[in-house]
Design a protein around this ligand. Sequence first.
Ligand code: C2E
Ligand code: MG
Ligand code: MG
Ligand code: MG
Length: 292
Amino acid sequence: RAKDAGKNRYHLFDPELDLEVQARRSKLKNIEKALRNDEFILYYQPKVNLVSGKVIGAEALIRWQHPVKGILPPAAFLDLIDGHDLEIDIGEWVIESVIKQIVKWNKAGLFFQVSANLSANHLLKEGFSERLREMLNRYPAVRHEDLELEILETSTLNDLDQANNVLAQCRNMGVRFALDDFGTGYSSLTYFQRLPVDILKIDQSFVRDMLDDPNDLDIVESILRLAQTFNRPVIAEGVETLELGAMLVQLGCQQAQGYGIARPMPAESIPSWTSQWQETKPWLAISKPVGK
Ligand code: C2E
Ligand code: MG
Ligand code: MG
Ligand code: MG
């Protein structure tokens, strides 16, 4: 009978592999359910200019507010959805949530850039720029320049021509792009040269240890020189201390983001954080040159 034949064929598979596939499938189902149940939230981490003190923007970072496990970081679920339709669904949720957040902050008198992380699969998905345009059209009050998309230099972004087309279409609408984790990929220079991005984000792994590790400092300095030569703005991530901030300013990098400035926080906390930052002026301590 057909059923038996199916059963026999089934046994050709490695049962352990099959368990893995099933576990993966059930995890994906849970993530899908979480999206439906509105369990994803965005935290926001401020980005500042360490010389002017200006809060230049905030980056949206996804969290899963799990009913049992508590708040889960992206590392706990993003890999699982890689390459699935769910990756696009969650990505669209993230972008729309960021746009809505911009509307809310604008109403509260806060105007700055808000960035969303965008997966390469999502960027390269057929019709991305059209869907982005439709989404922006639904929120006519939002200045397109205030939406920034952070993309990673990864192997999944291998279709550079296609990426370039999509970037150009989105940039024509005024949307900005950042090249995230710059310096970590195998072909950073290719991406730097070929992708029309508005800003480079120096990866936190180089920034964090640059006071102790001369190699990291070299890399940060090289990236800053490169950026300066080609007149590209730069922001440093992973600025964990004011001392690091001071060093970056000395090296010519004024834009920064990191735990030393602020940790990612719920959207509701951003306005009070911003006014506190402006009242206490911590950047005045940062921008003083450090002795050498
Ligand atoms: P990323 O975009 O490079 O974001 C920076 C990560 O470093 C965030 O981790 C942030 O919380 C953390 N971080 C910020 N400042 C510091 C610091 O001073 N020191 C240290 N050690 N870490 C710092 P998080 O939120 O766990 O996100 C990890 C990665 O997950 C992100 O790296 C991004 O690639 C990805 N991700 C986050 N949210 C989204 C999203 O909505 N969509 C997509 N596609 N990816 C996302
Ligand atoms: Mg990012
Ligand atoms: Mg990064
Ligand atoms: Mg990263």
